[in-house]
Design a protein around this ligand. Structure first.
Ligand code: SF4
Length: 445
């Protein structure tokens, strides 16, 4: 028997001021999305890992007794089980690795014969350091899908065809989950602050399994394509949008996209396939800083692309930004905030998300060469929401944190004003609540 433990999502306490700002952010977002996108099916906050479920599906199709569980179920299961599994395999992200190691020790104490393995995006880029820190794991399994599933059980597996994901293997009905799906994995770009570019990129299933989901979910269900960059090339975008359109779904889709890939033709295809939201990275208004971090598109060109999307569609435009990238100063961040104010006030952006830079551990990468000094090596804090785990040549941890909170405040204020409100109290209440990865998983209820 194999237990696959999903530790890719989790909850944790965050700084009270940040929690307040986040909650204000979601109030504005709820209003803004209701205005632009309108009604949706009830939003769910339970989340699963599509990649881990694909591995579970492959194991089940090869007649291996497999159980997919969420991390919070594990302790009870260990207490109540009559028979411990031969293998427990965790899928983790960087901040959950220490938690998985603690659970691995618990499992070993109860059942020394059980093999405990660890996989997921963190392991793919940081194998050696993870093994050195956490020898409790019997093995780290790198790889994807069939390759990853084979490594979990230690033998070659071939018996998968057709339906890639068997949603009946989830502990709860699929209708209880927020849906993240993907058509491709990895990213061919190599922005210095992101580990997705280090993973191999490949096409998984162009329609993101919408053909199957269509039969299982209500109309106007939100589905986010979790691709790092949808299709990752003009041809890829054409292939995905065609496959998605063919499913004749009635969902509200969103996706991440590189602004430089877009043309009016592709924007029409994306909207025509049922996407209502497109998310692109801007990160900063400082060209020098962007180029230091291997972003090739200038701010001017980015803005032209955003205007082009606006002129050619009714898509809800979300922009991603990161505070604290190497090279950032308080002054450069203040200029970025002025720029964000302009983007929101001029309705070029409908929403700007912001996260804190984290120097994720990567085998062989020396952050000192980038002017980044790691000061806290507890990976449980590497979640883009906790107090900085680093300082740079230009800013202390306290300064980075203060600028990060100022950024959250400033974005909220600009966003409120762009909607015609002075305070969050002015926002009319709607029935809709938009689930969000960060809201569902980082803010403990
Ligand atoms: S394009 Fe996006 S997903 Fe790809 S490496 Fe850069 S930030 Fe990461």
């Amino acid at each position: 028997m194999v237990w696959l433990v999903d530790y890719t999502h989790y909850t944790k306490d965050i700084d009270p001021e940040l929690a307040r700002l986040r909650s204000e952010y979601f109030e504005i977002k709820t209003y803004k999305r209701a205005m632009i996108i309108g009604e949706t099916a009830p939003v769910k906050t339970r989340v699963f890992s599509t990649g881990l479920l694909r591995i579970a599906t492959i194991l089940a199709r090869n007649d291996i007794d497999v159980k997919y569980i969420h991390y919070y179920m594990l302790e009870d299961l260990l207490d109540s089980t009559e028979e411990y599994p031969e293998i427990v395999a965790f899928s983790a992200v960087c901040p959950t690795v220490p938690h998985c190691a603690r659970m691995a020790e618990l499992i070993k104490a109860k059942s020394p014969k059980t093999k405990v393995k660890l996989g997921g995006s963190h392991v793919n880029v940081c194998t050696e350091e993870t093994l050195r820190r956490y020898p409790v794991f019997d093995e780290l399994t790198k790889g994807y899908e069939c390759e990853g599933a084979s490594k979990v059980v230690g033998r070659k597996l071939n018996g998968v065809s057709e339906i890639y994901v068997d949603y009946s293997l989830l502990p709860y009905p699929i209708t209880e989950y927020a849906i993240n799906t993907f058509s491709s994995m990895g990213c061919p770009f190599a922005c210095s602050y992101c580990v997705d570019g280090l993973a191999p990129h490949f096409v998984a299933q162009p329609d993101g399994n919408l053909g199957v989901l269509k039969e299982l979910l209500p109309r106007r269900n939100l589905v986010h394509f979790f691709d790092s960059v949808l299709g990752f090339s003009a041809d890829g975008i054409r292939r995905v949008t065609e496959a998605v359109k063919r499913t004749e779904h009635d969902f509200i889709l969103s996706c991440d996209m590189r602004a430089d890939l877009l043309t009016p033709e592709l924007v029409h295809l994306i909207e025509g396939a049922g996407f209502r939201e497109i998310r692109m990275g801007i990160e900063s208004s400082d060209d020098e800083l962007l180029s230091m971090n291997k972003r090739t598109l200038s701010v001017k060109r980015f803005e032209e692309q955003v205007k082009m999307v606006r002129a050619n569609s009714n898509l809800y435009i979300t922009l991603y930004s990161i505070t604290g990238l190497p090279g950032t100063t308080r002054e450069s961040q203040m200029r970025t905030l002025e720029y964000f104010d302009y983007l929101l006030m001029d309705k070029l952006a409908d929403e700007i998300k912001n996260a804190l830079y984290v120097p994720y551990p990567i085998d062989g990468l020396d952050y000192l060469k980038r002017g980044v000094y790691v000061t806290n090596d507890d990976w449980a804090c590497y979640d883009r929401q906790s107090y900085p785990v680093f300082h740079t040549d230009l800013m202390s941890e306290a300064e980075i944190w203060s600028v990060y909170l100022d950024t959250a405040r400033s974005i909220n204020n600009s966003w409120l004003r762009s909607c015609g409100f002075d305070t969050p109290r002015d926002i009319p209440k709607t029935d809709i609540q938009y689930a969000e990865y960060i809201q569902a998983n980082y803010l403990r209820k």
